[in-house]
Design a protein around this ligand. Sequence first.
Ligand code: OOG
Ligand code: NI
Length: 266
Amino acid sequence: MSQQVEQLFGNLWNDYIKLTPSAAKVHQVLGQGREIINDHVAFRTFNIAPVRLQALADHFEKLGYEAKGDYEFKAKKLVAKHYEHENPELPKVFISELLVEEFSPELQSIVKKMVEQIEPSAVSAENFLYSGPHWQVSSEEYEQLLEESEYAAWMAAFGFRANHFTVSVNYLPDYQTLEQVNQKLKDEGFVLNSSGGEIKGSPEVFLEQSSTMADSYPVSFSDGTKEIPSCFYEFAKRYEIEPGRLYTGFVAASADKIFESTNARR
Ligand code: OOG
Ligand code: NI
């Protein structure tokens, strides 16, 4: 089973670096060729059958992952869950879903039209989690979604795939603090997400996080190609909740800001 899990993360990674060329450079800069341990990988979806959060979670539960935490993002109209494997070296998984019914009839109709184009059997296929969009959308529809929900627009353009991987700073031998990691990244020219400050969270909530702003990628819409923000890289440092036991959950107030890493840069 662990071979299957590793194969899945390998496939997710290969898809992710195609859209996120800076991720390979992050590995080079922080790991200098050594292995990087990922803290978690994140996915996005809509709360509409057959692609609800649980449909994505099924792929991980089949491989031994278990649901652990529930999170709510009222302003962004999202909910999320996180999953853990009994093998602590395997990345945690963070899956969110957009509460589509809370948006305008216009947004709902664009999203429903997209989801209707999905072949239901594709959702349980082994490659679903890195299969991208299953629909055609125009750049006009993308712009219309963007007005109400950056998340909905990102989903329309990129579909089902890893939204980000996350370097575990605890396992980076050359760095003690997240500040040091951030400084190195900025020295190398990476742009960090500064929404709510470059470091989200604190030792008091047992988790500190930062992230790059998403790379930009040429997406083919039904009416032409447009360069838009794709995926980003996150950095997480976890603190002990008791001696020898690191916190394994997420922090909603911090996550709320991490979502904004796929916003257009201003
Ligand atoms: C997820 C944002 C939240 C975290 O680690 O708190 C998150 C997303 O952008 O889809 O990844
Ligand atoms: Ni994350």
